[in-house]
Design a binder for this molecule. Structure first.
Ligand SMILES: *Cc1c(COP(=O)(O)O)cnc(C)c1O
Length: 459
């Protein structure tokens, strides 16, 4: 018999209690946190969907491997295990371990960047863009047009526009291109996947113009799921084989292991070119650590090596993608305006259309994250004008392109009943949507204000 119910493909060995709170308590917590969920204590949260980064539950095999951690300064056995796992996947000879993804980005893009250099991506993740711009270089995002429409289905909305890619290379001159970066899945674009065909096309153009092709691979396993199920040619390939094929197309890769390597901290940079690897290794040693541990302890490298294998497990990936889709589809049925199709690691909601009565300068996305917390103790993040808004010369808000709210799903952490709880909270969210009020900012930092801003509820 073929049982259709998809279950969590793991048993729970160690549990972390959730502190249940009442709506009245949460109203108080929210006030104390100045209506900014980043300022809540985690124990005040029932379901934490702030991010999928570094929030995975590790397996018993990962914890066991940590006990094997070899903390030798140089040439540790744990380093060999990490190297083998990364080489097996990427086929790239040079591997540089870093404490997280942005450290790998700073090393590579700091070295390749500088004034006059140009980087091109399907969409630069915010730390990627920050490291490129910090070096003095420029970063261009060229997603395909379908990627910008959030209501129609397209199997690979994360794809890069390869016509624009060639135009940009010709316009700026191949010598001035720092790198072409393909982010899989496209995080900032809603966790949408990139097809193998698109990766092949990007690789061919990079080869033609002798431009470095970098894979930002932090969700490579989730991306492989979509290739297997949406790109006919790959339906009989294993997820790992698909990932290996994609890596084979690239010259370099950066990974935040806090995503698909199922660890709480870690990352790496891999390269094929010897000279580039030497230059990057020098930078690694200056700011991260010696070449055989970089920014990681031996036990971290062990957990990472195991996580890179576990993430390609069929049952795991099936559960992972289906459970994200389950949340997205169920709230979509209730009329919640979600970005469509649902991506791999998060569900994005269009707060501007959910709360059409709240003007953008009163931050409908912030109103929504506060409501989700107040009604259900669910913590998530605004990805809209609080995060990306700017002011004009008269102090008037220049809103972001979209007012989104992101419900990110930590890996292997929540069960279906947790997700059903979130879905139920949306019944009340929909019922009360017209009574929700906007917010004003009462205190903010110049940079990355969303982390620390204070808000006041408007009457
Ligand atoms: C998280 C992330 C990064 C940065 O990694 P950190 O580990 O947070 O430093 C880079 N690129 C993408 C696509 C990411 O999702």
């Amino acid at each position: 018999m073929q049982v259709k119910t998809i279950i969590e493909p793991f048993k729970i060995k160690s549990v972390e209690p959730i502190h249940m709170s009442t709506e009245a308590e949460r109203e108080q917590y929210l006030k104390t946190a100045h209506f900014n969920p980043f300022l809540l204590k985690s124990e005040q949260v029932i379901i934490d969907m702030l991010t999928d980064s570094g929030t995975s539950a590790m397996s018993s095999e990962q914890w066991a491997a940590m006990m094997r951690g070899d903390e030798s300064y140089a040439g540790a056995k744990s380093w060999e295990r990490l190297y083998d796992a990364v080489f097996d996947l990427t086929s790239m000879q040079y591997v540089l371990p870093t404490h997280q993804g942005r450290a790998a980005e700073r090393i590579l893009y700091g070295h390749l960047g500088g004034k006059g250099k140009v980087f091109i991506s399907n969409t630069h993740f915010d730390t990627t863009r920050a490291n490129i711009e910090f070096s003095g270089a420029e970063a261009f995002d060229i997603p395909i047009d379908e990627g910008k429409n959030h209501t129609v289905f397209h199997p690979f909305k994360g794809n890069m526009n390869v016509i624009k890619l060639e135009e940009l290379i010709l316009k700026h001159g191949a010598d001035n291109i720092g790198a072409v970066i393909l982010t899989v899945t496209n995080n900032s674009g809603g966790g949408q996947p990139v097809s193998m065909q698109n990766a092949k096309d990007v690789a061919a153009i990079c080869k033609k113009y002798k431009v470095l092709f970098v894979l930002d691979c932090c969700r490579i396993a989730e991306n492989a799921y979509y290739i297997k199920h949406r790109e006919a040619e790959y339906k009989n390939h294993s997820y790992k084989k698909i990932a290996q094929e994609m890596f084979a197309l690239a010259d370099a890769a950066v990974m935040s292991a806090k995503k698909d390597a199922l660890v709480n901290m870690g990352g790496f940079l891999t390269l094929r070119n010897e000279q580039l690897a030497e230059a990057c290794t020098n930078l690694l040693i200056i700011t991260e650590g010696f070449a055989t541990y970089g920014g990681l302890s031996g036990r971290d490298m062990e957990a990472l090596a195991v996580g890179l294998v576990e993430v390609f497990d069929d049952a795991y990936l099936n559960y992972r993608i289906k459970s994200t889709e389950y949340l997205g589809e169920k709230i979509r049925e209730k009329g919640v305006p979600v970005m469509y199709p649902i991506g791999g690691h998060a569900v994005y909601i269009d707060a501007a259309s959910m709360y059409a009565h709240i003007p953008l300068h009163e931050y409908p996305g912030q109103a929504m994250v506060c409501e989700l917390y107040r009604l259900g103790g669910i913590r998530c993040v605004e990805v809209g004008s609080v995060m990306f808004g700017k002011y004009d010369a008269d102090g008037k808000l220049i809103p972001a392109n979209m007012e989104l709210v992101r419900l990110a799903i930590p890996r292997r952490v929540y069960t279906q009943s947790h997700i059903d709880y979130v879905i139920e909270v949306f019944d009340e969210m929909m019922k009360t949507r017209n009574t929700v009020k906007g917010y004003k900012i009462t205190k903010e930092a110049k940079l990355l204000r969303h982390f620390t801003a204070h808000f006041e509820k408007l009457q």
